[in-house]
Unconditional design. Structure first.
Length: 317
């Protein structure tokens, strides 16, 4: 590294330390740019792939009110993906490149979406637990050091907060219903609890990017800190519902002021991350099919835009 590059990195880190926002045209280390492309694209892919398990339940929701609410949620997630892909593009990567990375398996998305949504109660568990875990990650991202990402997260967090409340309300309704309905809610919690904890990523001592991401204020808290915060917040909510968190090791630690909880099955986590989860192939196949079948729509939109620009130029001339 040359002295000029060292000086630039020092100036860059000084800006980070002063909590200044880094913008697209500012100088940044190449690793900072690549780290953000990886993180923002993974987030965008998660929003888009996350539409799939919920989209399957729109027509099967138990009432018109539930159908409309779920449809609105899925539409929100499509919008979140759009904001995030746009933010990633400011770092010099194209939408087509991002899509190719998802379809080829080079880019990842949240492991939680590789688990099946088997019952209507799963829509409640996904909203309550999955969106709840997402918010835990995303609120701190409204203060992340890269400006376009931080600004996109402001609106996303507002909508995700609504999604979380919507999911909890579904669970509350089920728990107040029949014994069978409460049983469905408990079953959904049983299946989604541990995958939700996995959403925060690997343990800090096994996460190669955490230390640098915290230094650059890409992340404000580590994976394990966020996981602990999620458990502390969510366990009392489960108790209010009258549900049992499926962790025999779970207990309140008075000395720490936090809940102690059991070990995550990290073998399962890495299997899913590497593409061997219950629905990995199904999710990617669905995205590839949608991309290929939607090519004519994209081509038509480009052609229309080109014709519109051409007419505008002729009028000006």
């Amino acid at each position: 590294m040359t002295q000029k590059e060292i000086n630039l990195e020092e100036q860059f880190q000084a800006r980070i330390d002063r909590d200044e926002s880094i913008e697209a045209k500012d100088w940044m280390p190449e690793k900072y740019r690549k780290t953000h492309i990886r993180q923002i694209s993974q987030h965008a892919h998660s929003e888009i792939v996350g539409m799939l398990p919920e989209g399957n339940w729109i027509t099967r929701a138990p009432s018109l009110r539930r159908k409309v609410a779920l449809l609105a949620k899925v539409q929100d997630e499509a919008g979140h993906g759009l904001y995030l892909y746009s933010a990633a593009e400011t770092l010099g990567i194209t939408r087509d490149e991002l899509t190719e990375q998802l379809h080829s398996g080079k880019a990842k998305y949240s492991s939680i979406f590789n688990y099946p949504a088997l019952t209507w109660a799963d829509m409640g568990a996904i909203g309550w637990l999955v969106d709840g875990a997402a918010i835990m990650n995303q609120v701190m991202l409204t203060r992340t050091s890269y400006g376009p990402y931080a600004r996109a997260m402001v609106r996303i967090c507002k909508e995700e907060s609504f999604h979380q409340r919507q999911g909890y309300e579904i669970m509350l309704t089920l728990c107040k219903g029949t014994a069978l309905q409460k049983e469905l809610a408990q079953d959904a919690l049983n299946r989604f609890w541990w995958p939700s904890l996995m959403m925060f990523g690997p343990k800090d001592d096994e996460s190669p990017n955490t230390e640098q991401s915290v230094k650059w204020k890409i992340k404000r808290k580590t994976n394990d800190e966020l996981r602990q915060q999620f458990v502390d917040q969510t366990v009392p909510q489960a108790e209010f519902l009258g549900l049992t968190v499926p962790d025999p090791a779970l207990k309140w630690n008075e000395e720490r002021g936090h809940y102690d909880f059991g070990d995550i099955d990290w073998d399962e986590f890495w299997q899913v991350v590497k593409g061997h989860g219950p629905c990995n192939k199904e999710r990617i196949d669905a995205r590839v099919k949608a991309w290929e079948e939607g090519e004519w729509v994209r081509d038509a939109a480009v052609t229309h835009a080109e014709k519109k620009d051409s007419r505008t130029e002729q009028k000006v001339a």
